[in-house]
Write a protein that binds this ligand. Structure first.
Ligand code: SME
Length: 170
């Protein structure tokens, strides 16, 4: 996989997601372990959208959410189910779009500069695998376009986790 993938800055968010989906489909099709897929996927998102201050995975270990591959500042290492935006997405199994994190009850501020957030649950045939978390220093950075495409991307990723060619974590 080439390391010089760059999605043009002048595209709309929707156009960026369409391009990004093509690239992600290529690396999801490669036989790399899940930790490799998640690492490059986080990098691909971070380098494609200036609005993203932090993007990464929290993985469910059967008890709580544990920090996985990410791009951005040092972050909280563990999140209890039901806590914060990530823990809420994990329990409700619904994407959480938060235009202003300061108004979200129990929001966990890993980076005090963060103002909005979206968290997508990753659900496999056997249940919760983890969540994908994106933060922004902008208010209201994420909308239905982000929700639609990120959910689709996480559906594709979940197939790697639970599909016929079940991948190892590393
Ligand atoms: N804000 C998240 C915690 C994780 S950090 O944003 C990286 C939350 O409330 O769950």
């Amino acid at each position: 996989m080439s390391s010089d993938i760059q999605i043009p800055e002048n595209l709309s968010d929707e156009e960026k997601y369409i391009e990004l989906n093509k690239t992600a489909s290529v690396f999801f099709a490669e036989a790399d372990p899940l930790i490799t897929q998640m690492s490059n996927f986080a990098a691909l998102l971070k380098q494609s959208f200036e609005k993203i201050s932090w993007v990464g995975f929290y993985l469910y270990n059967g008890e709580r959410l544990i920090l996985g591959p990410f791009q951005g500042k040092v972050a909280c290492t563990a999140i209890a189910l039901g806590k914060g935006v990530c823990g809420t997405a994990a329990v409700t199994k619904e994407t959480q779009v938060v235009p202003n994190v300061h108004e979200f009850p129990g929001h966990i501020a890993c980076d005090s500069g963060s103002n909005s957030e979206i968290v997508i649950p990753i659900l496999t045939g056997t249940g919760l695998f983890g969540v994908l978390d994106l933060d922004s220093y902008k208010f209201n950075a994420f909308d239905d376009t982000d929700k639609k495409y990120l959910e689709e991307l996480m559906r594709q990723f979940a197939e790697l986790v639970s599909g016929s060619d079940t991948r190892k974590l590393y």
